[in-house]
Design a protein around this ligand. Structure first.
Ligand SMILES: C[S@@+](CC[C@H](N)C(=O)[O-])C[C@H]1O[C@@H](n2cnc3c(N)ncnc32)[C@H](O)[C@@H]1O
Length: 246
């Protein structure tokens, strides 16, 4: 490769770093999103979009975090959507008893299909995080990704997660953060306007997800109102990990 191209690549990388890390954080009012993904066209488009590279990279990061927490026993995915994560979890941790739950029957059908295609034994349940279909202290590990910003009552959702967690159990909740750098708003605007399938464009997704997500302070505020004491919030570029231990 000639020196000219090397210089061009270095300049390109410097510009990208300035855009990602240099642009200020967005200050905006939260715009609540739809709760469940019920529309069949939207469910189909969502299932398709979660196969693109940025989502695959995020799932890999989440699975690495789950690994560090040494999951065992019964793992429960709240708002499992089209089931990509729970199917990948079943590949990585075949010893776990897995249950995926979602408020939308439509998207659960897609998750069941995915699990059947991969021949994975996963139980799927319809229900809402605000009233989890489990008895007290009956689940070892709870994971939830990109669902928190949809919950109508996040305080009740966290309370329920804590209620069903066994003693010594752990929960990992991953979501966008609204106080992201402006670059990510630009990136998600580009995906929404150009790349996303039409049914998602029509409901302003995935941009709507970041606009309806919480800031770190807002999550802290929600958690401070309930009796969860052992938690950490780890901020990242455009997302955050909320880790709860019981
Ligand atoms: C953006 S999708 C994310 C799906 C999946 N976790 C993933 O990361 O690909 C959000 C999911 O949360 C579900 N959901 C929204 N509100 C919910 C609630 N109150 N209880 C359970 N699931 C909910 C939606 O139906 C949807 O499938």
């Amino acid at each position: 490769m000639s020196t000219y191209y090397i210089v061009l690549i270095i300049i390109g990388m410097i510009i990208l770093c300035i855009l990602i890390f240099g642009l200020p954080r967005k200050k905006s009012i939260r715009k609540p999103n739809i709760e469940g993904i019920e529309n069949p066209e939207v469910a189909k488009a969502f299932a398709k979009m979660t196969n693109i590279l940025p989502f695959k990279i995020l799932r890999k990061k989440i699975i690495n975090r789950i690994s560090k927490l040494n999951p065992s026993g019964r793992l429960f995915d709240v708002g499992c959507g089209s089931g990509n994560l729970i199917v990948e979890i079943s590949e990585k941790f075949p010893h776990l008893e897995l249950i995926g739950m979602d408020i939308s029957a439509e998207i659960l059908d897609r998750a069941k299909l995915r699990a059947d295609e991969k021949q994975k034994k996963i139980e799927f349940k319809e229900g809402t995080v605000e009233k989890l279909p489990f008895s007290d202290e009956s689940v070892d590990f709870i994971v939830s990704t990109l669902s928190l910003h949809h919950w109508i009552n996040p305080q009740k959702g966290f309370q329920e997660i804590y209620r069903v967690l066994k003693k010594e159990g752990a929960a990992l909740i991953f979501d966008f953060r609204r106080d992201s750098r402006k670059f990510f708003y630009g990136f998600l605007t580009f995906i929404t306007k150009i790349i996303a399938p039409k049914p998602l464009k029509e409901i302003n997704e995935p941009l709507g997800s970041i606009q309806s997500s919480y800031t770190l302070k807002e999550v802290e505020n929600i958690l401070s109102k309930i009796s969860i004491v052992n938690y950490t919030i780890s901020p990242a570029l455009a997302w955050m990990y909320i880790q709860i231990k019981k």
